[in-house]
Ligand binder design. Sequence first.
Ligand code: PEP
Ligand code: MG
Length: 537
Amino acid sequence: MKTYIGKSVLKGIAVGRIYWYHKQTYEVVKTQIADSAQEQKRFEDAVETAKEQLVSLYEDALKNVGEDHAMIFEIHRMMLEDADYLETIAQVIEEGWNAEYAVETAKEQFAEMFAAMDDEYMKARAADIKDISQRVIRILAGIREDGILTDEPVIVVADDLTPSETVKMDKNKILAFVTVRGSSNSHTAILARSMNLPSLVNTNLELSEELNGKVAVVDGFSGEFIVEPQEELLNEMIRRKNQWIADLEALEQLKGKDNVTSDGRRINLYANIGKVSDVDAVLNADAGGIGLFRSEFLYLGRNEFPSEEEQFKSYKEVLEKMQGKKVIIRTMDIGADKKVDYFNLEPEENPALGYRAIRICLDRPEIFITQLRAIYRASAYGTAAIMFPMIVSVAEIKRIKEIVEQVKEELKVEGYPMKDVELGIMIETPAAAVISDELAKEVDFFSIGTNDLTQYTLAVDRQNQKLESTCDTHHPAVLKLIEMTVKNGHKEGIWVGICGELAADTELTETFLNMGVDELSVSASSVLKVRKAIRDI
Ligand code: PEP
Ligand code: MG
């Protein structure tokens, strides 16, 4: 038995076997080979295997996520038949070099060519070329595919996980996450919370193949990760896990009840989502609406921009499922920790202070317009609201409103039915909080993003696990900015909510009520816990 300590991101207990998720990287080495014909045959066999993998990925995706998402695997299979690409590789092999090197050469050459194109669609093909080439290189090098290979649900241990890796995993196969790196405010931690998975980050664990398959316990109350617990302890932890589940079930009786304090003060309690399928949990938790739809998750874990049609279908489905309850869609916040190859973002010194969210949207309006068109088209199917992330100035809102007007005008001419849509902004930079009196004149609502507001106010990188103890989420500076934002919003007659993780912190529920916060939006798994806290006041 061995016990490790991590930082808990959700109070709960998981018991199960360990699965070590690791990205096997492979450094391509250039070597001279004696028999080019044999090497060419080795390459052709690898391409055949790659195509077989892609066919089965296509079929799985078709069953699980539908044709739109599955199509990419079919496109990849077809790219592996591209004559120019195959010819380039054959030539390098012919010159006497190994197949891995030949594929790497073609990968670089074609990816560069696509990335340099003006057309966004063609630009995005650079990521596909990289993807298919890496698949062939992995096969040539005998490296197994990433992904969870067991059928039984497991405790996933990893060095670190990016949001795109997390969204790609099959949730039904995961009991908990335990990572060596990562911080409790990272998006992966937020995802773990939204999935109600007791998870640990910043765990002092040494990763090795030996962990695979061992029985372990994740204790999200104490932050302990116990590998191969003794029988007595294991039984005790199973008992505590069952108690945790029973406590969650006890909260169920609060479904259908008001979010009202004993002295009659009310507050809206909404939920945050990242994907269409999260709506079921929101409905199940009896949330009043969706206070934050992190739409960038529609852009993650794929190789090309989601089209207007694809996005429209997703927003429409969410709005229809919510049956008239409000759905606040946050326009995409790509950048910082949420990276996607096909955006071709340049490496940055300080990504959190960089080219991200609304900054990308205003700089590359074609991306923004596609998303706005999809949202406005979907607005006819429910009660949609839009909010814009990372705002720092009035000028940004003025520009956004011009683009929104242009989009609405075009859709009207094209004959699409639309409904009125509230327009709000996230208050997640100190600049926005400080000028919230001016910003309030421009919009219908504010939603305070405490994750970023805390990071920027305290100058604490939310991704940096070393700064966990410096990151005082109850810091008076953050609370003062929240209070100031609520006051300034109310002065102009607009409502103010909180959608960052702090909204679910029940130690602050009363403080937020006293400040006059109108809405708290939390992960679906926290809705009933917060409702209880409100009703206990
Ligand atoms: C926030 O910053 O608090 C927020 C809700 O947005 P995100 O966590 O997606 O950055
Ligand atoms: Mg944010």
